[in-house]
Design a binder for this molecule. Structure first.
Ligand code: ADP
Ligand code: MG
Length: 690
């Protein structure tokens, strides 16, 4: 059994094996070189590649192909075309040309463009990204050949997530090559890697269908906290229930067919919350794979009578879902975030480490921007971690190393001798790669040989945060190279001096304490670290001239593209808040109020009857209960009206405040009204019944 599964690994990918089987030898070699080194594709082989790819896909049952891309909606998009080509009356063949493979035209008018696309020119163009292999998506009646592509407007402005990501990879690659040359390293391949841990909730479809809020917004806008949720910590890493395990294994088998190395699965902190983590891969591929993971999770849930919720905060009062993005850079196959075995490798490690620290400190605002979104606002900056303040956690050992660089004296904790740490001459203490020293409250943590960015939300495309991270680190590396070039004298001594300056200038972003504590925002303010607590604040850095200059300098995003992203993000935020507010109002008025009114009138009638019958008992109870319900009913009325006014005024702050206020009333009523009549499935059912 397991043997057949492993044989099926990657079978739906136009992999090296498939390429060699379906393409002429020379064509295969050229294509593989393109895929490996990101070299531009030789146009003369496009037709041959397309023909082989089609034969392979048709063998998998494919009838159609699609350019698969990632528009700025945050999801993926596809438009299918059949291979079919009529050759005469009632005659047709299946054909797929190089032209069809390399580029496509898609009507872009319904994708967000943030003003980039003028109304008379609604065309968008897709362009093949040969560095991410084509694959087939199966469905009950066949399959579709999917070609990963970038998406841009008629004017060449990017309308997607992939294009700037690829550009940022180029920028970081160039900067790393420059730095490695400073260390006299031979030219080698730079590989940026990502391992994205995907958190999600799984709920029974029957409950989901009875919750218009979940259906329409992905989160519950009402719902009282159940007596027991996650306080006992009994779900985290707990035994996985059979129905969930069946779902998980189906997900994994599908992912393995798609060549996605799904590796880890477990229960998360909140009830009904789970995590799937694949093995890390080349960043661009890992981003595509994460998009597919989300899709497979959703689809497999559906076929199992479940619903996979990828929203960052489906349930108030229980943990939200993130997408931890584990990032590192390797040079010639060696991870640069691993302290090395010799002084030179250590010096490289420290330089890259400080480049990252500098980047995060200097560009915290734009990194925070990359995680902005209505859903993520309920995690970042709310009573949950990671906080909206970007800081770095390094761990005791590295903090001690920074101490000794900063002071110029050796203060190693473990068996360190006194004296100066000489960068490029001394070796570093061995850093533990275990998980004991981890600080789970930090948004950006060094975890042994990689950085783990924990702020991205569970529904977000990783490309956004990784594109920013690559760009700001490239800028830092270049700044370091500039400085080194301007310095005369001994390289190691110069580097030592530079690193010392960097530690002094940027150490404020390093924070080892509890990121959830109420003191941290105050402390962070003293350190001058930005605290961008909601989406509008977090999007603002896109319009900052310094950030625009930075992204233009690296050719990652133009000014127009930055401003259009601001507009799209802002619009998306306002729309989401508005939809949530409208759904709240509708549920409160048309589902909750009738039930409360009905119960109230029954109680009031019973009370009147009890009084007129001169009953000795029950009058107190009925009076108390009907008063509470009556007050709740009045409250509901007032708060619905207030929310309606806020909706009419179109002010999102007022809408959020009115929505939260209404929620308090509704959640209180939920605990008062006859359980059998409450119109919405409750948290204790949704979160615990699988
Ligand atoms: P956790 O953070 O849950 O303890 P792990 O340490 O197992 O998890 O790693 C989480 C993710 O980090 C996995 O996807 C793993 O493949 C990835 N990862 C490990 N090493 C690297 C690396 N060098 N670059 C990028 N991601 C990595
Ligand atoms: Mg993790």
């Amino acid at each position: 059994m397991s043997d057949t599964i492993m044989k099926g690994y990657g079978e739906d990918v136009f992999s090296e094996k498939a390429i060699r089987k379906f393409l002429p030898k020379q064509v295969a070699a050229k294509l593989l070189a393109t895929m490996r080194d990101g070299k531009p594709l030789d146009p003369s082989i496009a037709d041959a590649v397309a023909a082989g790819m089609k034969d392979w896909a048709v063998g998998k049952g494919a009838t159609h192909f699609t350019h698969w891309f990632q528009p700025l909606t945050g999801g993926t998009a596809e438009k299918h075309d059949a291979f079919l080509e009529p050759t005469g009356p009632a005659q047709a063949v299946q054909r797929f040309s190089g032209k069809n493979l390399i580029g496509g035209e898609a009507d872009a008018s319904s994708f967000p463009s943030g003003g980039l696309r003028s109304t008379f020119e609604a065309r968008g163009y897709t362009a093949w990204d040969p560095t991410s292999p084509a694959f087939v998506k199966r469905h009950e009646n066949g399959a579709t050949l999917c070609i990963p592509t970038a998406f841009c407007s008629f004017t060449g402005d990017t309308l997607d997530m992939k294009t700037p990501l690829l550009r940022s990879l180029q920028a970081l690659t160039r900067a790393m090559e420059r730095l490695m040359a400073k260390f006299s390293q031979p030219k080698a391949h730079v590989e940026v890697t990502l391992g994205a841990e995907q958190e999600y909730f799984l709920v029974d479809r029957r409950f989901y269908l009875k919750r218009p809020d979940l259906l329409q917004t992905g989160r519950t806008v009402f719902g009282a906290a159940p007596a027991k949720h996650q306080q006992l910590d009994d779900h985290y890493f707990g035994a996985i229930k059979p129905r969930v395990l069946k779902f998980m294994t189906e997900v994994e088998q599908r992912l393995w067919q798609l060549g996605i190395p799904a590796k880890t699965r477990h229960n998360e902190v909140a009830p009904a919350q789970f995590e799937l983590a694949p093995m890390f891969e080349d960043l661009n591929l890992a981003v595509d794979h994460n998009m597919l993971i989300m899709e497979v999770l959703r689809q497999t849930a559906e076929s199992n009578g479940l619903v996979c919720l990828l929203h960052e905060k489906p349930f108030k009062g229980v943990n939200g879902s993130g997408k931890h993005c584990n990032w590192s850079v390797a040079y010639g196959g060696r991870n640069l975030l691993t302290p090395g075995a010799n002084p030179r490798e250590n010096a490289i490690f420290l330089t890259v480490l400080l480049a990252v620290i500098r980047a995060i400190d200097k560009h915290a605002d734009i990194l925070r921007m990359s995680t902005a979104g209505a859903g993520n606002d309920h995690r970042l900056g709310a009573n949950e971690a990671p906080p909206a303040i970007i800081s770095i956690f390094l761990g005791d050992e590295l903090n001690a190393v920074l101490d000794s660089i900063e002071s110029g004296t050796r203060q190693m904790r473990r068996g360190g001798k006194g004296g100066k740490l000489r960068v490029g001459v001394d070796t570093l203490p061995v850093l533990p790669k275990d998980t004991t020293d981890r600080n789970r409250t930090s948004p950006f943590a060094f975890t042994g040989n990689k950085f783990e960015f924990r702020a991205p939300g569970s529904s977000q495309n990783c490309a956004q945060s990784q594109m920013v991270l690559n760009t700001i680190v490239a800028e830092s590396i270049d700044a370091i190279c500039d400085k080194l070039e301007a310095m005369k004298g001994d390289f190691n001594e110069n580097l030592q001096e530079l690193l010392q300056r960097l530690v002094k200038a940027h150490r404020r972003v390093v924070f080892s304490g509890d990121g959830y504590s109420s003191n941290w925002p105050k402390e962070a303010a003293k350190r001058g670290l930005p605290n961008l607590h909601d989406t509008p604040a977090a999007l603002a850095p896109l319009r900052d001239p310094a950030n625009i200059a930075l992204f233009e300098k690296y050719g990652v995003l133009s000014k127009t593209e930055m401003l259009s992203r601001w507009e799209i993000g802002h619009e998306d935020y306002l729309r989401r808040v508005r939809i949530e507010a409208s759904v709240s109002l509708e549920i409160a008025r048309s589902m909750v109020r009738p039930v409360v009114a009905d119960e109230f009138s029954r109680l009031a009638a019973a009370l009147g009857q009890a009084k007129s019958d001169g009953l000795k008992f029950g009058i107190r109870g009925l009076t108390a209960l009907s008063s509470k319900l009556g007050a709740g009913l009045d409250d509901l009325h007032v708060k619905c009206d207030r929310l309606e006014t806020a909706l009419a005024r179109k002010r999102h702050e007022a809408q959020i405040a009115a929505m939260n206020d209404l929620r308090r009333t509704v959640d209180r009523l939920e605990c008062l009204v006859d359980d059998s009549r409450w119109p919405l499935p409750k948290y204790r059912e949704i979160l615990f019944v699988h």
